[in-house]
Design a protein around this ligand. Sequence first.
Ligand code: ATP
Length: 513
Amino acid sequence: MAQEDVFKKIVSHCKEYGFVFPSSEIYDGLGAVYDYAQNGVELKNNIKQYWWQSMVLLHDNIVGIDSAIFMHPTVWKASGHVDAFNDPLIDNRDSKKRYRADVLIEDAIAKYEEKIAKEIAKAQKKFGDSFDEAQFRATNARVLENQQKRDALHERFAAAMNASDLDELKQIILDEEIVCPISGTRNWTDVRQFNLMFKTEVGSTAEGSSTIYLRPETAQGIFVNYLNVQKTGRMKIPFGIAQIGKAFRNEIVARQFIFRMREFEQMEMQFFVKPGTELEWFEQWKNTRMAWHQALGFGAENYRFHDHEKLAHYANAASDVEFRMPFGFKEVEGIHSRTNFDLSQHAKYSGKKIEYFDPELNERYTPYVIETSIGVDRMFLSVMCHSYQEEALENGETRVVLKLPAALAPTKLAVMPLVKKDGLPEKAREIIDDLKFHFNCKYDEKDSIGKRYRRQDAVGTPFCVTVDHDTLTDGCVTLRDRDTMEQTRVKISDLRSLIEDKVSITSLLKKIK
Ligand code: ATP
């Protein structure tokens, strides 16, 4: 199946099985805004818990906060967002569609990379074990030609982005003969800058209203609380502050479902370090974050780091963790070395001294910052994309199964009476009443057992138990495993110990290497 079709299926699965709904759907939805449904919210909460606990439980020098979305407008002046939080946009005159110029060019770079990857895959298949990739890359004419074109484009693009040269971005689009995917034409407007922050008013006009912004990142809430947390928590450098919360960006192009939203959620951690040690910490946090991703068991080959072409105005190093989505490798997390830019700017604009007194060095300094910033929604999407599988069964049927890591699954155990009578429903309820304090259980009595299993597979429930007539006398149930579909007879009194550990966030945290 083409990857595009797989993605379409995942999107409709999310809706059909109560994971994600378009916002305000009865009014035809609102562009790039989505609601999390009954199963989606559980999965999302589990992702957040996995992140939160990996930060504040596993590190005794990281604490959390929850700052307000509304902040003093000067915060955004100081942070540089009012002046520089822009994306270069370009319109196609024929389709009237708007695009990000940098994304169009990045896609063109990715096309060269795909061509190279295809050649390599083909040769690998042909030569088998004797295939030498390095030699093939160095000698194959088609690979060399595409690599050279890719590198030249990459270099030109990086230079244009670094210089914020909008004319050059347009020229690259023309020279690369990039067409609008809708109209198929090259009838482009000039490239313009577009600020991504949403503005609103606070206070009534009578008392004098003022313009404020919906935060485009949660990080600034951490920076302006740095002194409060450091003092009240008596934190010693190096230390971190973690936060999960909503962020808002007026994205130019809403694409790929929940990948790029206008209202989304971030999990950010700012780690304050001694100046001069930041690049070591940057490397360390890259490794720590990659280990967090890989503990989910989705395969190391599905992740890669991507170093930034253009560093943001505040950074001296930046790298993205990319995950292989059905539409290619895409950023799920950014790791940035933000220098002391933000704290210095807030000191300048607020007139307050924002420093750290280092008792070991007996000196004051403005700490440097390493940031790890991951989108909850993008993480959700990557989990969905990797877990969605269509499996051919021995009897010729296909089952759709979400092979979610058990710790992230919305429901951990479905309890099903074989029939709706003879005291079986009551027994099933009794089992749930006992286990519901330990993990999320669901009762399901409608349709045949086979259909109920399929329904639970489709929402990723790792375990099902069936209560039958024998249960009433032998105190045993049939426990079915989602992935292997194996069924075993187990004692009701053993259910908790058999399941609890496998479905807990703790079990996932212990897998982080
Ligand atoms: P992109 O280049 O895709 O616009 P970014 O580099 O601007 O992303 P950051 O500012 O580094 O993103 O934000 C950190 C994380 O927040 C991203 O890695 C992503 O997971 C998430 N994120 C950013 N913008 C959005 C959005 N519009 N919708 C959903 N998640 C987002």
